[in-house]
Design a protein around this ligand. Structure first.
Ligand SMILES: [Zn+2]
Length: 318
């Protein structure tokens, strides 16, 4: 995995693609031709969680192709194939993340400009740019914005079904409420609690819960496939050994040796761990995926809480 990774260009490498992203954003224009009554709107989503949201909003009016959909692969190492380019050629709506997470998408769009299509870039909707943490779908503020933009685009492409799209959007926004409620609950109980992670995939969600995220420099190095400094590695290991963090969050799609080493050390040190994925697992919706991970976070924090209390008691008697 590591060897392959070093030969490919990671999605988070600082490719200077911001101008392509801007071009994509400029293509955010409606009014391409009306569709035949029964023709579905062809949609390409770079990542399957955006594809899922489009499917929920479009129902049987959309035909969605998601490019990144395998939670067993590292999306940072993805390279577009001719198949990807072909799917894109027929799309009248394209949704992708931006912020250098999927630079291949901006490249493909730039190569086939002139086609009538609406492009929605999550990073543009959320004011994020190259260099920001690109895992935007873990920010609870992102999907409502993406959903509104998608709904608007679907209505523009297929105005005859506006009332159905409006109803789907209302239903979707409503379905996010249990996620917000869970975040609020965890925030009430654990705000300020120190945690750490092997990479920043869960960063925005951790922020929303109010957790104090340690070892961020280490995480950036892991994400960018560069080497963490010896001092950063030592600090990370100290946090685990001395249980200065309640939970270790790790990305099960990134299997680098250093990630494995930290995971092992956490287990040896009895620091609870939380496995998260970048890509939406099969059989889950965006909502059930987020909720199940928040539930698992709650379980891990509770376990870390109990251990901290136990070691605190032990500390007092020594
Ligand atoms: Zn990532």
């Amino acid at each position: 995995m590591k060897k392959i990774g070093s030969m490919l260009i990671g999605a988070h490498r600082a490719l200077k693609l911001s101008k392509y992203v801007a071009a994509g954003a400029a293509a955010f224009a409606f009014g391409h031709g009306a569709f035949a009554a029964e023709a579905k709107i062809p949609v390409v989503a770079a990542e399957n969680f955006y594809g899922d949201v489009v499917q929920q909003l479009g129902g049987d009016r959309v035909d969605v192709t998601s490019i990144l959909s395998n939670p067993d692969q590292d999306p940072h190492l993805f390279e577009a194939s001719p198949k990807t380019a072909r799917a894109l050629q027929h799309a009248s709506l394209v949704v992708y993340n931006g912020a250098d997470y999927d630079p291949w998408m901006a490249k493909l769009l730039a190569a086939s400009k002139g086609t009538q299509r609406t492009t929605i870039v999550a990073a543009d909707l959320t004011g994020k740019k190259s260099g920001d943490n690109p895992h935007l779908w873990y920010d609870p503020a992102t999907m409502p914005k993406v959903a509104r933009a998608v709904s608007e685009a679907l209505i523009a492409a297929d105005p005859a079904h506006k009332s159905a799209y409006d109803a789907n959007l209302a239903k979707f926004l409503d379905s996010l409420k249990p996620i917000d409620a869970k975040i609020a609950e965890l925030h009430g109980r654990y705000a300020g609690v120190p945690v750490t992670a092997t990479e920043p995939v869960f960063g925005y969600m951790s922020d929303a819960v109010g957790l104090t995220m340690r070892n961020q420099r280490f995480q950036l190095a892991a994400m960018n496939d560069t080497e963490a400094s010896a001092a950063d590695i030592a600090a990370f290991e100290r946090d685990l050994r001395d249980k200065r963090v309640r939970v270790l969050i790790y990305n099960s799609q990134a299997t680098e040796a250093l990630t494995q080493r930290m995971l092992k050390l956490a287990q040896q040190s009895q620091v609870p761990t939380l496995s998260v994925t970048e890509t939406q697992p099969a059989g889950k919706t965006y909502q059930t995926w987020m909720l199940s991970q928040l539930d698992a976070l709650g379980t891990a924090l509770a376990a870390g809480d109990a251990k901290a209390a136990a070691s605190g008691t032990k500390g007092k008697t020594q």
